[in-house]
Design a binder for this molecule. Sequence first.
Ligand SMILES: [Zn+2]
Length: 159
Amino acid sequence: MKIITSSKWKKLSQFTEENTTNTDSPSIIIEPFEPLVQEAVDDIKTSDPNFFRGVNKIKIDMGFGQFGSVSSENPADININIERIKNEFQNRTNQSFDYNNIEHKNILKECIKETIFHEKGHTEDAWQAHSADPSAGLAGENLFPGGEQAAESFVRKIQ
Ligand SMILES: [Zn+2]
């Protein structure tokens, strides 16, 4: 996870100095702040203090159709689509999500954790591909060679 700062590297790579500033820090920035995601992050850190190594930020994403995502542009950032996860909660339970209901919060928190685990698998995949040749400037399938399988096997490994 060494950061190389030549301008050539910066131009080519999707892991830039700017978007990996936080990858060795034990604190994780959540933007915009979302209390349930913070709780999920704290729970994960309690069981594995090193889990977030390699992750720069968690971004709360409102626009995507998936539970979460990791992009080529910022592969060290994990995007969590909280609205999509809440919708799924409503589909599964037939109830509207209620922040004051502890049971609701716990179910949603578990969904958020599962999403974080899955997306971290994609980030790990990208770091591995990147580390093999930091100057290659990988994107798409070259940056995420393991695809969904890499994410799924990462989830299985930590559970
Ligand atoms: Zn995935």
